[in-house]
Design a protein around this ligand. Structure first.
Ligand code: SAH
Ligand code: F3S
Length: 462
């Protein structure tokens, strides 16, 4: 049977989709190729959120067509995911070497279509149609796909799509309308993962706080998302729950209370801000004000004083003035984010913001990006330094990405900790004393916590 190599661009949703496609192909007899040079099928799972991400995947496919195809004419080349969805047939027209274009509601058809292509039943396939029920098809997992690393963490897709229609964002077009899986279906998947050794599950969706709004609704004052968190929390053997991405407007009191009530729910929140200016938040159609956003962070910190709060910020949205940008800088200082992903605004096809007047020049975006980055780095450095001397619980995930001779894991607040350990620690929850802080990384010592010396604890024992 043919071998497959999948290259993934973009967010965790894409990582998860690629994993599910890989698992599906393996179940049908395909194997995973260790590199694209050895693969019979090369699939690019694409991102459309910014133009640069699309250009990267497009350029990669041009290279594959020129290099790989020349030596191995029978290699199958395909696009899948967001760019496949938004461009469809256009990709086949522009790149005649491409054989397969698979949209975001069709991942589960990958094996069928590849079979058709290999059997000669079809020369090319482009399927970007909508499909009822497709939200429940991202189910299969590839645990221990990388033999060196035991899978102790897993992503579970709980919904597809987004109805918020922020004026800058292409996601509602590439991922479609919000559709949620059932709680029972999600819990079954989580149980299976835990039975296979997974200790931490991250619930995934484009706007998870809108989970089940239509399908399930509010019950006893609890949103469907909080009902889901409670159901997943019941699973024996599961140690940690995370989720991404929420929308700030979804942080009602029920969700804030869930942090205080559910011990498995990690003290970490990714709260995409986008801008600190009310004028821009309105133009972006974000659905909250600066004050409301700040209030949410106060409530979260009142429930969990050490909660890690990260964010996404866009600089250079059309018409952003220096005063607007300074509102973003001042909000970042006020909230003291643990980290932030900063994006330069990129006009996207069919989105309202792309046709707003006053599109800003690249130099302005670049300059604001640098200034905000510096502020975020300074705040982040102080936040990480403040962890020095603390005792923190870490779930050990595997060899460190920075130094394979060491191990790494994450704190409950979602900070990476690197330390010296042995492979038998992988998959364990360990208490480490934080010795040192580097750039958005902590360094810990497992030996010290075994001594009886009192070390400051930020989480009280259960
Ligand atoms: N809720 C989604 C958002 C996806 S886009 C999630 O899962 O995170 C991720 C981030 O990309 C957004 O929060 C936003 O900060 C940024 N982004 C989206 N569209 C953008 C655009 N047109 N230009 C620049 N950044 C953008
Ligand atoms: Fe995009 Fe806004 Fe939804 S950023 S994914 S439209 S919440």
């Amino acid at each position: 049977m043919p071998s497959v190599f999948i290259k993934t661009y973009g967010c965790q949703m894409n990582e998860r989709d690629s994993e599910a496609v890989a698992a599906q192909l393996i179940a049908k007899g395909y194997s995973l190729a260790p590199s694209e040079a050895l693969a019979d099928v090369i699939l690019l799972n694409t991102c459309s959120v910014r133009d640069a991400a699309e250009q990267k995947a497009f350029g990669k496919m041009q290279n594959l067509a020129a290099e790989v195809r020349r030596h191995r004419p029978n290699v199958v080349l395909g696009f899948m995911g967001c760019m496949a969805q938004s461009r469809g047939q256009e990709l086949l027209d522009q790149l005649p070497d491409v054989d397969l274009v698979l949209g975001t509601q069709k991942f589960h058809r990958a094996a069928d279509y590849l079979d058709d292509i290999f059997a000669g039943r079809r020369a090319k396939v482009c399927d970007v149609a909508e499909e009822t029920g497709s939200e429940a098809t991202i189910r299969e997992h590839l645990l221990n796909g990388d033999a060196a690393a035991k899978s102790v963490t897993a992503f579970v897709s709980i919904m597809q799509g987004c109805n918020q229609h922020c004026t800058f964002c292409i996601v509602p077009f590439t991922r479609g309308e919000e559709r949620s899986r059932t709680i029972a279906d999600i819990v079954t998947e989580c149980r299976e993962l835990v039975a296979r050794g997974v200790k931490e599950i991250t619930l995934l969706g484009q706007i998870v706080t809108s989970y089940g709004k239509r399908e399930i609704g509010v019950c006893d004052g609890k949103s469907a998302f909080v009902q889901l968190l409670e159901a997943v929390h019941e699973i024996d053997g599961l140690e940690r729950i995370r989720f991404t991405s929420p929308h700030p407007k979804g942080y009602g009191d029920d969700l804030v209370e869930a942090y205080a009530r559910l011990p498995k729910l990690c003290e970490s929140a990714h709260l995409p801000l986008q801008s600190g200016s009310d004028r821009l938040l309105k133009l972006m159609h974000r659905g909250y004000t600066r004050e409301r956003f700040i209030n949410i962070t106060h409530k979260l910190r009142a429930a969990k004083p050490d909660i890690g709060i990260t964010t996404d910020i866009i600089v250079g949205f059309p018409g952003e003035t220096e005063a607007d940008f300074e509102e973003t800088l001042s909000l970042a200082r006020e909230v003291q984010f643990d980290n932030a992903y900063i994006f330069k605004y990129s006009p996207r096809k069919d989105t309202p913001a792309a046709t707003l007047p006053n599109q800003l020049p690249q130099e302005v975006k670049e300059e604001r990006n640098q200034r905000l980055l510096q502020t975020i780095n300074e705040i982040g450095a102080r936040k990480y330094e403040a962890c020095i001397g603390q005792r923190q619980q870490v779930l050990v995930e595997g060899p460190s990405r920075r130094n394979a001779a060491r191990l790494e894991g994450r704190t409950r607040t979602n900070k990476i900790v690197v330390f010296e350990g042995s492979p038998r620690h992988i998959g364990q929850l360990m208490d480490l004393k934080i010795e040192r802080a580097g750039s958005f990384t902590l360094y810990g010592d497992p030996a010290i916590v075994n001594l009886d010396e009192p070390v400051p604890q930020i989480f009280s024992p259960a």
